[in-house]
Design a protein. Structure first.
Length: 202
């Protein structure tokens, strides 16, 4: 068993690496026994972003959790991860869409029809999303958003995620809305299975 790779903290845009000499700790999930190979934790402005890498056999599945992080923080994370040779920390098989599918996770401007992401966010979505990855928006149903409603979710942001998150065959990656999953009137819990083949809906 290899040693745990590293835990990376971001504070005010600077990177501090802390290496652990202990062996990787197994993570007991319902679908099997995993090795937690990497946690990428960012604390910045005062958002928290976490990338969790789970290993099962030869398969690594990456969960990218963003909370309410605005795009300018994600921009810094992308730039610094790439420039420091840590681009693997940007990979995702499941992307937690920031701030309830608000446009602020993509850009300063909502846009009339679609939000145009910053160049760094475009790379995060296009280059680091793995094949057949999932996007999850924890938000109210889009049908509940009225005209002139300024609170998220924003349909312009949803369109952007559809446009910029594609699989190799050109199809959009699966975007799931928590309050619409299984039907708006009686939504169901959103569950995933993660195993040696990757991630999939239960």
């Amino acid at each position: 068993m290899k040693k745990m790779e590293q835990l990376i903290f971001w504070r005010n845009g600077f990177c501090k690496k802390t290496k652990y000499g202990k062996q990787k700790q197994p993570v007991d999930l319902t679908s099997g026994l995993f090795l937690l190979s990497r946690i990428f934790l960012i604390i910045l402005n005062p958002s928290i972003v976490i990338q969790i890498a789970l290993e099962n056999a030869d398969q690594t599945t990456n969960l990218f959790i963003t909370g309410d992080t605005p795009h300018d923080v994600l921009d810094k994370i992308v730039k610094r991860s790439e420039s420091s040779g840590n681009a693997d920390n940007l990979k995702w098989d499941l992307y937690d869409i920031p701030h309830h599918c608000s446009y602020t996770g993509l850009s300063d401007e909502k846009g009339e029809d679609i939000t145009e992401p910053s160049e760094d966010i475009k790379r995060l979505l296009q280059e680091y999303g793995q094949e057949n990855a999932f996007l999850v928006a924890s938000c109210r149903a889009f049908s509940d958003v009225g005209d002139g409603d300024t609170q998220p979710p924003h349909v312009q942001a949803k369109k952007a995620y559809r446009k910029y998150c594609k699989n190799a065959d050109g199809s959009s990656k699966t975007l799931l809305i928590t309050s619409e999953y299984g039907g708006k009137t009686n939504p169901k819990p959103l569950r995933f299975t993660i195993d040696r083949t990757g991630i999939r809906e239960d």
